[in-house]
Design a protein around this ligand. Structure first.
Ligand SMILES: Nc1ncnc2c1ncn2[C@@H]1O[C@H](COP(=O)(O)OP(=O)(O)OP(=O)(O)O)[C@@H](O)[C@H]1O
Length: 252
């Protein structure tokens, strides 16, 4: 088993008197792809903020590998449309990079020749590739993608997942993906965590997706996508009910 990059041990977060996360035990290891899925308000963003160190846990412990390099790709990019920043200049934010590395990264991302195009004129898929390419310039050990495939059409999602898998294969970085899409997870995920204030269930996509019939529904070639559906109406061993969110296991 590869070395842990980050470990959360019995972590809880209370914000404004509201228990947002509790009993969170999770580990991301070197080179692993971990996907966190959960409905709106389930605490995904809060979990990411803990992991990047923007928020301290109210209880429990977070351990990071020494010298851990994180790259975080946010869900939304706040770019003022009146500020016509080009893709090439965007790659140099927040630090100026070696022009050769920037050009090579753009080419690898399929954006060769688009360095002078305004970011606002890129398609959704091109923008996602640009964000990924910029994040990889910092050579992270752990790449965190917040709703990276949001807004893309189905072939776009498949292409995005394939690109993430390729980046992991090329660089050996670990990937932590966050999604509110409860049905589609990246099949290449080594581990899937379903969050709803606490970890409802977890395992490999194969373990959790159940039906093979759902796979490949969205195209993407060699099973780039898997569907992950299950129910969450259950009661925990300590008798506390999990606020039900039904992922429709039997809704074919
Ligand atoms: N500063 C805060 N004070 C009080 N409650 C908060 C605070 N920040 C978040 N919350 C609450 O914590 C819960 C989880 O929020 P969070 O943004 O982590 O969820 P999420 O899973 O990322 O949601 P979404 O998918 O909608 O982005 C929500 O009920 C939210 O209202």
């Amino acid at each position: 088993m590869s070395a842990p990059l980050i470990e959360l041990d019995n972590v809880a977060v209370t914000l404004g008197g509201h228990a947002v996360l509790r009993d969170i035990d999770m580990t991301v290891r070197q080179g692993e792809i971990v996907t966190v899925v959960g409905p709106n308000g389930s605490g995904k963003t809060t979990l990411m903020r803990l992991i990047i160190g923007a928020l301290a846990p109210s209880a429990g412990r977070i351990t990071r590998a020494a010298g851990l390099r994180l790259a975080y790709v946010p869900q939304r990019l706040a770019i003022d449309p009146s500020l016509p920043i080009t893709a090439g200049r965007f790659m140099n934010l927040p630090h100026r990079r070696d022009p050769g590395r920037v050009a090579a990264a753009l080419t690898r991302a399929g954006l060769g020749g688009l360095g002078s195009r305004p970011v606002s004129a890129l398609s959704g898929g091109q923008l996602q590739r640009l964000l990924l390419a910029r994040a990889m310039l910092s050579e992270p050990d752990l790449l965190i993608l917040d709703e990276g495939a949001a807004g893309l059409d189905q072939p776009g999602v498949a292409a995005y997942y394939a690109r993430v898998e390729q980046l992991r294969a090329e660089t050996g970085c670990a990937v932590l993906m966050v999604s509110h899409d409860l049905q589609v997870v990246m099949r290449a995920s080594d581990h899937v965590i379903c969050l709803n204030g606490h970890i409802c269930c977890e395992g490999t996509p194969e373990n959790v997706s159940g039906s093979a019939a759902y796979r490949g529904l969205f195209g993407g070639g060699e099973g780039a996508l898997a569907l992950y559906r299950h129910h969450h109406d259950h009661v925990h061993a300590d008798g506390t009910p999990c606020a039900g969110h039904d992922h429709g296991e039997d809704a074919a």
